[in-house]
Each structure stands twice: as structure tokens, then as C-alpha cells.
Write a protein that binds this ligand. Structure first.
Ligand SMILES: [Zn+2]
Length: 66
């Protein structure tokens, strides 16, 4: 099985550009939030549409009660 020719370095799946529907984004900024999430600013490669995604890290699940 050959790899996709347009395989992006980003591992994020399920995110589509709301404008052109493509899935190729360039991460322009990554910023960890204090609540454990990661905010990423991305820009569509095709139409330069800017989006912001919030990602929850796996460590957040490990944060048990105290
Ligand atoms: Zn786009």
C-alpha cells in the first residue's frame, strides 16, 4: 500500500477548512493553555483561511482528584 502523495505532517484528522473543505493546514502558532489544552492557530494552505483549534492532551485524563 502506497502512502498518500499529499500526506501532511499534521496528525490532526477530522479538521476541514470551512471555506474550501481541504485538510491541509499549516500550524502557525502553538500555545499551551493553563488548563492543559493546546491552542493551535492554523492556516489553510489553499485559501489562507485561519482557524483556531483546541486540543486536549492525554495528560488531562490522568489528572485525578486531590
Ligand atoms: Zn481552505
Amino acid at each position: 500500500m502506497t502512502s498518500h502523495p499529499n500526506n501532511c505532517s499534521s496528525r490532526i484528522v477530522g479538521i476541514q477548512c470551512p471555506k474550501c473543505g481541504c485538510r491541509h493546514f499549516l500550524t502557525t502558532h502553538t500555545e499551551p493553555l493553563r488548563d492543559g489544552r493546546i491552542r493551535r492557530r492554523k492556516r489553510c494552505r489553499h485559501c489562507d483561511r485561519k482557524i483556531i483549534t483546541f486540543e486536549a492532551t492525554e495528560q488531562l485524563k490522568r489528572a485525578s482528584d486531590r
